[in-house]
Design a protein around this ligand. Structure first.
Ligand SMILES: NC(=O)C[C@H]([NH3+])C(=O)NS(=O)(=O)OC[C@H]1O[C@@H](n2cnc3c(N)ncnc32)[C@H](O)[C@@H]1O
Ligand SMILES: [Mg+2]
Length: 445
């Protein structure tokens, strides 16, 4: 007989029939002449009852030896039982023991440090399993949108020789006799690839050695980045509003039961997500945003960057995500296209409900002279790499993209974990990653 997933047998057509499932003991109650199990697999839970008078001695003894998270396969008859989770129960005839298990170290009320110590076991938590499935769907549908829109998935370098973002937030790694850095962003490599494929995307880990200890910073996060030749920043804003709405809409459809379960933990109601999809998202300039914050009594002036507090306050003025554009050149990255009035053609997408930045994007400086001057002005040419017997600027190759057939181009980077934190209404970004790397966390597990 075929072993099925639990979700596949929770149906009237299996009533009275023999079924077989494999999984782990989620709950158990040992009575005098009965043992009630709730067994879980990746698809859900089901009650299974072992009655002493209905099974042989060995099966009864096995049934009484299990611990929480013990692993087993049960065969039995599916019965209706309104009191059981899901309304069904298996009356067990046979048990195949894989592992009785040991007293499980987690009871469900542990503090953050204890959870961190047993994170490799804690990730079996049902609500976190729901978050992992929603993360999977958001990524799959986002990729789907870009594939349908003619973009190519590419595989950029992760061991790199230069900073793409803040030079003080690099993780340095030993690279034989030299040193390398863990990639902060695939952007510079995607910019090289558009001269071949024109529209490219990648999903890679990005690494940030930020010292900030906040609810939205990880040292290692998954970064969905896109780059397109001939596109201007307005085109990228349009692409991201459409693709994120598509991903959210498809994920809501596909993960109804997961969102239902999650609602009791985080309070996220899918009706809130539906209204983000239905309404047009806002676009305001940095200058407007500064004015709005000043009108709200925030002590901020033109030229200041936004921190989490300012972003939270700003997003609380809107009930949809907000694209904030045209920041002052000084507060943004070297590669951004200079408008000429002191601003750059960039945007940050701020998620509502106080979640803040989930995307950073911009039009790239594609004019060689201006980019070369800025790389020198920002001291980036001090980054050297060994090429053959000579030491050259680690940005020489990047400037070559402006020497040989340069074109206007734009792109963006979406933090998957920040996107997921907003969609699931999670309090802390640590609960968007199975093995989060946070300020002060151990490299364990
Ligand atoms: N291809 C590009 O144009 C991307 C560009 N080079 C870039 O890295 N922009 S960004 O620094 O704003 O980071 C992009 C996004 O990456 C996320 N991000 C950025 N830093 C983090 C940390 N520390 N933890 C989690 N997520 C982070 C966040 O959502 C940002 O909006
Ligand atoms: Mg940013």
């Amino acid at each position: 007989m075929k072993t099925l997933f639990i979700k596949d047998i929770l149906k009237e057509d299996f009533l009275g029939k023999e079924v077989s499932i494999k999984g782990w003991v989620y709950r158990m109650r040992d009575m005098k002449d009965k043992v009630f199990f709730v067994i879980r697999d990746s698809s859900g839970i089901i009650q299974a009852v072992v009655k002493k008078e209905s099974v042989d001695q060995k099966t009864w003894e096995d049934a009484t030896k299990f611990q929480i998270e013990g692993s087993l396969e049960v065969k039995g008859i599916l019965r209706k039982d309104e009191r059981a989770p899901g309304g069904y129960e298996i009356e067990v005839k046979e048990i195949k023991v894989y592992d009785y298990g040991k007293p499980f170290p987690l009871k469900g009320d542990e503090d953050v440090d204890t959870i961190q110590k047993y994170r490799h076991l804690w990730i079996r938590t049902r609500w976190f399993t729901d978050v992992l499935k929603i993360k999977h769907s958001l990524i799959v549908h986002l990729r789907d949108w870009f594939i349908k829109d003619g973009w190519y998935e590419v595989t950029p370098a992760i061991l790199v020789g230069n900073a793409a973002e803040n030079t003080t937030e690099l993780f340095e790694v030993k690279y034989f006799e030299d040193k390398a850095y863990l990639s902060q962003s695939a952007q510079l490599y995607l910019e090289a690839l558009i001269f071949a494929l024109e529209k490219v995307y990648s999903l890679t880990p990005s690494f940030r050695a930020e010292l900030s200890r906040t609810k939205r910073h990880l040292h290692e996060y998954w970064h969905f980045e896109i780059e397109a030749a001939w596109y201007h920043v307005e085109d990228i804003i349009k692409v991201m509003e459409e693709s994120l709405k598509y991903s959210i809409e498809k994920t809501i459809e596909e993960r109804k039961s997961e969102f239902e379960e999650l609602k009791s933990i985080t309070g996220r109601d899918i009706s809130e997500l539906k209204q983000f999809v239905e309404k047009p998202w806002k676009v305001i300039t940095y200058k407007d945003a500064i004015k709005k914050l000043q009108d709200l009594g925030v002590n901020i002036k033109y030229g200041d960057d936004f921190g989490s507090d300012e972003e939270r306050l700003l997003t609380e003025q809107f009930d949809v995500p907000v694209f904030v554009t045209h920041y002052p050149r000084e507060v943004k990255a070297f590669y951004m296209y200079e408008v000429g009035d002191g601003t750059v053609k960039n945007f940050d997408l701020l998620a509502p409900e106080g979640y803040g930045e989930i995307i950073g994007g911009s039009e790239r400086e594609w004019r060689y002279d201006i980019l070369h001057k800025k790389i020198e002005e920002w001291g980036l040419d001090k980054f050297k790499v060994k090429v053959g017997n000579e030491e050259i600027s680690a940005y020489e190759w990047y400037e070559d993209l402006r020497r040989y057939g340069s074109v206007p181009h734009s792109g963006m980077g979406l933090g998957i974990e920040r996107f997921l934190r907003w969609i699931c209404k999670l309090d802390h970004i640590r609960d968007t990653q199975p093995f989060p790397r946070l300020r002060g966390s151990w490299l364990y597990p």
